[in-house]
Design a protein around this ligand. Sequence first.
Ligand SMILES: Cc1ncc(C[n+]2csc(CCOP(=O)(O)OP(=O)(O)O)c2C)c(N)n1
Length: 479
Amino acid sequence: MKKTMLQKPKGFIDEYKHKAGAEKDRTHYCPGCGHGILHKLIAEALEDFGLVDETILISPVGCSVFAYYYFDTGNFQAAHGRAPAVATAASRANPDKIVISYQGDGDLAAIGGNNILQAANRGENIVVFFINNAIYGMTGGQMAPTTLEGQVTTTTPYGRNTDTDGFPIKMSEVLSQLTAPTYIERVSLHDAPHIRKTRNAVRKAIKNAKERKGFQFVEVLSTCPSGWKMDPVKSMKWVKEKMLPLYPLGVYRDLGDDAKITTRPVPVMDPVAVWEKLGISAEADVDFPRGDVAEEYRKLSIRVAGFGGQGIMVTGQALASVALEYGYNVSWLPSYGPEMRGGTANCSVNIQDGQIGAAEAVKPSMLLAMNRPSLEKFEEAVEPGGTLIYNSTLIDIEPTRADIKVFAIPITGIADELGNTRVQSMVNIGAYAAITDMFRVEDVIALLPKLFKGKKQAILDLNAKAVKAGFAYVKDNFK
Ligand SMILES: Cc1ncc(C[n+]2csc(CCOP(=O)(O)OP(=O)(O)O)c2C)c(N)n1
């Protein structure tokens, strides 16, 4: 007897590890949603063409935001509507890779409308899978640019009114007005024969991408039973009866063998050449001779965290700026909470000799926690053997990690004693200098006029005191 084995395509990760317990073999999509079907068609094609390891997939914002949970490819997640820009960068930096931009209709046609237009117009070597379910699915079914006339959504409770809401945008038709795109087709997932046609379109686009044939666009009409408040069967019928007349299926562009194959110059990142162009001397910046820094502090990825107004960003900027003067490569990446003052804030700083790969300190080798929520949030992420500095004035709990070095420093208290809470950031810098031996106090003080441009001498003096106090506290209290 012939045995049929059903299994996941190799384009998918074996086990969806993000999912708890029994859910590990399932996706997060609702029953009857088209995303799962399209994911499978893409994963199968990548496996069949041997391209899983050659592909970079860009996930959007929308229900498919977690595409990176499933595809065993390289993955980036882009800000809302920006997948074509990220895909452009990925494709230009990796001209030999297949780059897929996977996007919903809210993402692609609303907030990302111009992004897709420009990427298509440049004829980027990317494949765009555009899942058109006529609404914003993820956020609960609001009107999208693709919403049908008269369609009831949460933001058009009386139906889309073209007098006030405009007309549905037909992206395949719009993009086919441009010169550069190579292949544009609209397909649908509403029944098995159409899923087969979608499969062909997916494979064609990916094959074209393999041959570097420029911009590929496959629009996929898809169901959203949850957002449409219909069961999956009715949703399929709705696509057939309502969507197909407005969005005719078919090929809108197929240049076939006439497709222009564009080879773009591969960007070479040569920092010295860039500095020269900008008139900056690489040597001139290395002002201070380095001290004897222990091995563990020569490649630092630091998370500085606290609430807005605690000098979190100033601390991060100062760490990076001072380290720069010792000739280190540095990066500073701010991350603001919803409110600037009083909300949470954190930043990532990298200080090292080699090239900095990721600016975000996901697994920091050092955490500087200025308040309790920051300690609770980031302590677990610190690399084993790493360093934790925490503000013992405000943090009334003990850290739990036993495998990291811990420095409890009353940072706010020291600043208050100097008469101004705002100098906490310089207490931090002093403490950091004492712990790592990376900065000399006199060097930091010499840099204060540069760090705080235009500030009065009294402010500079106060900050100098703060640096000294942070430094002294560590030297006096820790070996
Ligand atoms: C800058 C920004 N604006 C708005 C949102 C809220 N938001 C999240 S998903 C989404 C729409 C997604 O709709 P669509 O692209 O059609 O994808 P679907 O969920 O239907 O698959 C919106 C507006 C956001 N996350 N970021």
